[in-house]
Structure formats: structure tokens, C-alpha cells
Ligand binder design. Structure first.
Ligand code: G3H
Ligand code: 13P
Ligand code: ZN
Length: 365
């Protein structure tokens, strides 16, 4: 048996520790999925083109296969870049690993549908912690949102900076948020909206290094964006007309940050036909009101280059399912009611891309 001096033993212990550390680093690198290997892209180039071209990229949330299929079919048929968004709630509902593999499958599916060079982003919607963003980046997301909008300003800056520092090491793009939207964002909810303060945006973007900024100009999440008291009644149709978005705030933000990518959350329009169909076939949606599409069209022509839509897809799916089940009460094969729901969602996504956001035909290749 050989004997080593204490200094040798310390040296060996140090070497062992270093080897362990290097091993773990290697393992981590090995474990980590890079979105580029999945055929996904980040948002940088598509946003730059969208800002220049005066259109917006659709960011559609998905929680299941039918939504994902409809999004990909619509984006392939319209030749549009697209952002697949996953919320924390979606991760809990559908399992984050399955959703990640679905997004990887989406690239292959788009190619199978005839799109040689799809531009698909896998984006975390409303990330609420550094750990969640890091975990998504390590799983192959190409873009993350860190939503510190409910935090005091300095804490929002610090948290966003931390996420940006990590994300940029892997060329993952980051969306931050300033200003508070009314309504529910996962577990964060606010009764009232607080518009973004244009005087804060330059400081926020400079200190955090974010790639895009979500702002609050009067949109909100869900199908009940405004109370009846906030609306006026359209004398022709008797429908509720919501108050206009704060375009003055958007213009002031653009002036502060010329050409910088701006994001609009809470941009569903709550199509009345779907609300009516749902109510006709046993639903009970009362006074649901969304953002009029002409206002979104106007926003898309400005520096707004990403528009988030989730509730409209939920309404389309529910309307189609209720209709099929009411008309065919003996039907019990899920494909027979999920199929029409998928068709209806696809119609909705195509309509948004072509008639509202203007991202059709905007693939780079
Ligand atoms: O921002 C809200 C999105 O519509 C996601 O909603 O948290 O219910 O999945 P969720
Ligand atoms: P809607 O609820 O208006 O569809 O907004 C979705 C959204 O902002 C997801 O982040
Ligand atoms: Zn949102």
C-alpha cells in the first residue's frame, strides 16, 4: 500500500472534485436539447422582418394535438412563420415533455405538408420564474417570456436580466413585460390594467437586454375583456362595443424605442358567431367581449410584431364540439367531434393570419 503526504491527498481531492464538476457539466450539456437541433427557430429574424414589413407574427397557444395540427396546417397553407406558445397551465395539463416532442414533431409535420423551410418558434408563455425559463431552454424551447410585470420595477429588471443572461448563451430570445394586463395570466390576476409607462421602456430594455417587450395598452386575457359598463352598445346590432386600445401609449413607446419589437397579449377578438353557437347549443357565455379585429390590424402595422391569441381558439373548439354533439347526439367517437373542431380552429387561424396580422407569405425561404 502506498502512502501519500497530506498535500498530495488534498491535491487528489481537488482533482477529483474538478473531474466531478467537469463530468456534471458534460452531462448537463449532453442532457440539454438545443432547439436548433429540433429544426426550431428563435424570434429574432422574424421579428425584424415583421417590424420592417408592417405585419405581426401569430403566437397561438396550444394544449393538445388538435390545436397544434390546426396551427401547423394553417401556417403551412398561408406560408406564415408561427409561434407555438405553451403556458405554465398547458405544461401542467398536457405534460411538458409531450408538448416539447409535439413541437419537434410540428417541424416534421410542416415539412410533410409541403413547407420546405418552416419557421416555427417554441415559446414559453408567461414564464414566472428563472427556474421555469431555464428548464424550458434546456428542453429545447427557442424563446421564453419572463413575466415580471406584477413585480416592483427593479425586481422585474433583475429577474428579466437573469433570464436574458442565461437564454442568450444558447441564442434563445426573451420577451419581457412592462405594465399590467387586467384578467388572469395563469395564477397571476389583476382586476384593473395599468398601462405601460413609455418613460420606463428605454431603461427597461437597456438594463435587461430583452429581445421584445410586451406592453399594456388596454387588452386583457380571456373572453371577458371588458365589463358591460366599460362598453357602449352598437345601435345597429345591439352588441357591446369595447373602448378603443390606447394607441397613444403604443405610439409613445414606439417613439422611445424606434424599430424595437413590441408584443400584444390578450388579443382575442371573441368572435360573436362562436359565442352564439356555444350559447345556442347549451352554453352560457354572457356578454363576452374581445378586441375588434380592425384595432389589431392597425397595431400589426406598427412596431407590434407578435400578437397572442388563445381564447379565440378555445371558443372555436368549444363551439364546434357543442354543435356536433347537439346535432349528432348518438356520436361518441372523439374523432367525429374533435375533427370538426380542428377544422374550425384551422379556419380561425387562417383568418387571423391573412385578414388580421398579415403574416401570410412571409416565410424567409
Ligand atoms: O395568458 C394566458 C393564456 O391564454 C394561457 O392561459 O394559463 O389558462 O393556459 P392558461
Ligand atoms: P387571449 O386570452 O386574448 O387569447 O390572450 C392570450 C394571451 O395573451 C396568451 O399569452
Ligand atoms: Zn398573455
Amino acid at each position: 500500500m502506498r502512502y501519500f503526504s497530506l498535500s498530495h491527498k488534498i491535491l487528489f481531492a481537488k482533482i477529483r472534485k474538478l473531474c466531478n464538476f467537469a463530468d456534471r457539466k458534460l452531462l448537463k450539456l449532453y442532457d440539454m436539447v438545443n432547439y436548433k437541433d429540433l429544426g426550431l427557430v428563435n424570434t429574432r429574424e422574424m421579428f425584424a422582418r415583421a417590424v420592417d414589413g408592417g405585419y405581426a407574427i401569430p403566437a397561438f397557444n396550444f394544449n393538445n394535438m388538435e390545436q397544434m395540427q390546426a396551427i401547423i396546417m394553417a401556417s403551412v397553407e398561408t406560408k406564415s412563420p408561427v409561434i407555438l406558445q405553451i403556458s405554465k397551465g398547458a405544461r401542467q395539463y398536457a405534460n411538458q415533455t409531450l408538448l416539447r416532442y409535439m413541437a419537434e414533431g410540428a417541424v416534421a409535420y410542416a415539412k410533410e405538408l409541403g413547407c420546405a423551410h418552416p419557421e416555427i418558434v417554441l415559446h414559453l408563455d408567461h414564464g414566472d420564474s428563472f427556474e421555469l425559463c431555464k428548464n424550458c431552454i434546456e428542453m429545447g424551447f427557442s424563446s421564453v417570456m419572463i413575466d415580471g410585470s406584477a413585480l416592483p420595477y427593479d425586481e422585474n429588471v433583475a429577474l428579466t436580466r437573469k433570464v436574458v443572461d442565461f437564454a442568450h448563451k444558447y441564442d434563445v430570445t426573451v420577451e419581457g413585460e412592462l405594465g399590467v394586463l387586467a384578467g388572469v395570466e395563469d395564477e397571476v390576476s389583476s382586476e384593473v390594467s395599468h398601462y405601460t409607462k413609455p418613460e420606463e421602456v428605454v431603461d427597461f430594455v437597456t438594463k435587461t437586454g430583452v429581445d421584445s417587450l410586451a406592453i399594456s395598452i388596454g387588452t386583457s386575457h380571456g373572453a371577458y375583456k371588458f365589463t358591460p359598463e366599460q362598453c357602449t352598445v352598437d345601435p345597429k346590432t345591439g352588441r357591446l362595443l369595447p373602448p378603443p386600445l390606447a394607441f397613444d401609449v403604443l405610439e409613445a413607446v414606439e417613439k422611445e424605442l424606434p424599430g424595437f419589437p413590441i408584443v400584444l397579449h390578450g388579443s382575442s377578438s371573441v368572435p360573436q358567431e362562436d359565442v352564439d353557437t356555444i350559447n345556442k347549443y347549451g352554453g352560457a357565455l354572457k356578454a363576452a367581449v374581445g378586441i375588434p379585429e380592425e384595432q389589431l390590424r392597425k397595431a400589426a402595422k406598427s412596431a407590434v410584431c407578435k400578437i397572442n391569441i388563445d381564447s379565440d381558439s378555445r371558443l372555436a373548439m368549444t363551439a364546434a364540439i357543442r354543435k356536433t354533439l347537439a346535432e349528432k347526439p348518438a356520436e361518441f367517437d372523439p374523432r367525429k367531434y374533435l375533427g370538426p373542431a380542428r377544422d374550425h380552429m384551422k379556419e380561425l387561424y387562417m383568418h387571423k393570419i391573412v385578414n388580421v396580422l398579415g403574416s401570410n407569405g412571409k416565410l424567409a425561404l
